[in-house]
Design a binder for this molecule. Structure first.
Ligand SMILES: Cc1cc2nc3c(=O)[nH]c(=O)nc-3n(C[C@H](O)[C@H](O)[C@H](O)COP(=O)(O)OP(=O)(O)OC[C@H]3O[C@@H](n4cnc5c(N)ncnc54)[C@H](O)[C@@H]3O)c2cc1C
Ligand code: FES
Length: 263
């Protein structure tokens, strides 16, 4: 874990609610693995005081830069959206475990919902030199689907759903995933990131077909380094029910370990 400052190189508004930030920190860029995150002080003036966690979305190690992609939610993301090139942001990271790679015979299936696209984009990019698969992406409307060309150019088959029907299938991304899984018997491994309800459904679909499934969970965080247990999630393991810290033990967990009924 590194405590450092990263220079903001640029911030781009991709849609009314989504922003892409490029930051310079050679040490973070060179160490980052897909599924890991940075815990960021979003404003120089300590307002808000608590850091906010953001997944690593992309890295360019040769240039010493990395990207985060975020959705406007409350005070912290509002403050971050106001940052500009030349500012420095204090961060801790890369934190967390990251996604485990697939075995050579497993077809990777990625499932993103909303801002869950952030870590899966980097996973797809890193895996593309080894194993390409299918990328399912669900959003509210077409304005929240961007970067499709890049994902397709890496050789992934992209299948999109929007709740308002403005692009791709009208409905939920899990409709598309369920329909696909019911027609195939390949040896697959699922990686998912998105809202709790979506992940719960992805877990159900993977369990029905006995497929390995890894989910990246989101929770409000305070310390981000395993000390406060503010991000605990209930899990079921061989020893029984336990609490796991999303920041330290995750954020990526085997889907079947999570107690999905706990929320
Ligand atoms: C591992 C991980 C990776 C993530 N990656 C991404 C990503 O790549 N992209 C993305 O868009 N989102 C991501 N998120 C979610 C993101 O962290 C939240 O959207 C963000 O923290 C929201 O901050 P906010 O201040 O805008 O929202 P708010 O809802 O206002 O605040 C979020 C939390 O901050 C704390 N807080 C806020 N105000 C106060 C207060 N007055 N006093 C005390 N505590 C307060 C609380 O814990 C609150 O629930 C990730 C989350 C996790 C856990
Ligand atoms: S945020 Fe403190 S233990 Fe995870």
């Amino acid at each position: 874990m590194i405590h450092t400052r990263a220079l903001v190189l640029g911030i781009e508004r991709l849609s009314p609610l989504f922003y892409l930030v490029e930051l310079k920190s050679p040490i973070v860029a060179s160490q980052a693995k897909p599924g890991q995150f940075v815990h960021l002080r979003v404003a120089e003036n300590y307002d808000p005081l608590l850091r906010r966690p953001f997944s690593l979305h992309n890295t360019k190690p040769s240039q010493g830069t990395f990207y985060i992609l975020f959705k406007l939610r409350g005070k912290g993301t509002q403050a971050l959206s106001q940052s500009s090139a030349g500012e420095e942001l204090d961060l801790i990271g890369p934190l967390g475990n990251g996604f485990p790679p697939p075995s050579p015979d497993q077809l990777p299936i990625l499932v993103a919902g909303g801002a869950g696209i952030a870590p899966l984009f980097m996973l797809a990019q890193r895996l593309s030199s080894v194993r390409k698969g299918l990328f399912f992406w669900g959003a509210r409307g077409r304005e929240e689907i961007f970067l499709q060309e890049e994902i397709s150019s890496w050789g992934w088959e992209l299948r999109v759903s929007t709740e308002d029907g403005s692009l791709g299938h009208r409905g939920m991304v899990t409709d598309l995933l369920g329909a696909y899984l019911s027609k195939t018997k390949d040896d697959q491994i699922i990686y998912a990131c998105g809202p709790w309800g979506m992940l719960k459904e992805v877990n159900k679909l993977s369990k029905e077909r006995d497929l390995p499934c890894w989910v990246s969970l989101e929770e409000n965080m305070a310390c981000g380094i395993g000390a406060c247990w503010g991000c605990a999630v209930r899990c079921r393991v061989d020893e029984g029910l336990v609490y796991r810290r999303i920041c330290k033990d995750g954020p990526v967990f085997p889907a079947q370990e999570v107690v999905w009924e706990s929320r």
